[in-house]
Design a protein around this ligand. Structure first.
Ligand SMILES: [Zn+2]
Length: 194
């Protein structure tokens, strides 16, 4: 897959850099994802995006910025707070100084649908994809282009109460009530792969 930038408009509501007690933990999981090759680097970024819900009962979340290489020591300004979007998510409202991850629409849709989920970690791992059938990991029906509403639809139609799923020919999504749960689940599944 080739990364061609984000597919929505970003409207910066304010330039406040995210501050949140959960940010250090998110940075930890970004490093872990890099270490275990769950978010492989490309020139200028990493294939993967990680987020957590800012506050119970609200849909806003803090997510890795677009074109952030997860291997680097990440500073707070590498992250963006997504506040909300317009109806079709063509415009995403944020607080921060970077563009939010290209998959922000996907994260937003999942947080809206799954109030029980407070962390969403998306990664790319060939090993997990090729072991999907053997490990009986649910997969979306059809391959869709990253960052599109079609991709969001494919995920929502199989989401139910699942904690781990694969976007066909693309990557995985690990969900958790906490970041620790989402992170450990991804590592656990990675370990089971041959
Ligand atoms: Zn992806």
């Amino acid at each position: 897959m080739i990364y061609q930038g984000i597919k929505f408009k970003t409207k910066i509501i304010n330039k406040e850099i995210p501050k949140h007690p959960g940010l250090e933990e998110l940075k930890y999981w970004c490093r872990e994802f890099h270490k275990f090759h769950l978010a492989p680097p490309y020139s200028g970024g990493s294939y993967g995006n990680l987020s957590f819900r800012v506050k119970k009962g609200e849909d806003s979340f803090i997510i890795t910025g677009s074109k952030i290489g997860l291997k680097e020591k990440l500073s707070d300004d590498c992250f963006v707070k997504v506040l909300s979007s317009n109806l079709k998510a063509e415009t995403i409202f944020i607080s921060g100084i970077k563009e939010p991850s290209s998959e922000s629409k996907l994260h937003l849709a999942i947080y809206r649908q799954r109030k029980d989920i407070n962390a969403i970690f998306h990664g790319h791992c060939k090993k997990i994809l090729s072991n999907a059938d053997r490990l009986k990991i649910p997969q979306t029906q059809k391959e869709e282009l990253y960052g599109t509403m079609e991709l969001v639809q494919r995920v929502l139609e199989i989401l139910d109460d699942k904690s781990f799923l694969i976007m066909k020919n693309h990557g995985f999504i690990s969900l958790g009530k906490t970041m620790e749960k989402a992170g450990k689940l991804a590592l656990e599944i990675h370990k089971k792969c041959l």
